[in-house]
Design a protein around this ligand. Structure first.
Ligand code: 5GP
Length: 114
């Protein structure tokens, strides 16, 4: 039986999401459990489980995700700053095995992170 991740189901429009950007290679939507006033997830449409599985053939795609982050930051007027987070593996708290960049903004973000 096919088991899709929740993000693949969002890509396939099987479950709804508050989509803020889409193109042929990626999708950006608001996190269902926001950790900051702005909390957007940017994901490739290609199914890459985590950073561990990123290969040289994905270099352009992964760069594109950052271009989209920069565009969103401009559109949303995140002039005071923002944070981009990628959790990889259980100890980092990765809960969905489909590569995703968290874009967090709208409040003071402490360092070191929790
Ligand atoms: P991770 O913990 O893997 O780095 O991040 C996964 C993120 O996906 C979490 O912040 C979680 O709130 C979000 N998330 C999980 N399920 C859904 C969903 O069905 N819809 C949306 N929009 N976000 C989700």
């Amino acid at each position: 039986m096919e088991t899709k991740t929740i993000f693949k189901r969002i890509i396939d429009r099987e479950i709804p999401a508050d989509i803020v950007y889409e193109d042929d290679r990626c999708l950006a939507f608001r996190d269902i459990q926001p950790q900051a006033p702005v909390h957007i997830l940017v994901i490739p449409k290609k199914e890459i489980p985590s950073v561990n599985e990123v290969s040289e053939s994905d270099e352009n795609l992964v760069g594109h995700l950052f271009v989209v982050i920069a565009k969103l930051a401009e559109q949303l007027g995140l002039k005071s700053g923002y944070r981009v987070v990628v959790n990889c593996g259980p100890e980092a708290g990765q809960s969905v095995m489909h590569l995703h960049l968290h874009l967090l903004a709208g409040r003071r973000l402490n360092w070191p992170p929790g």
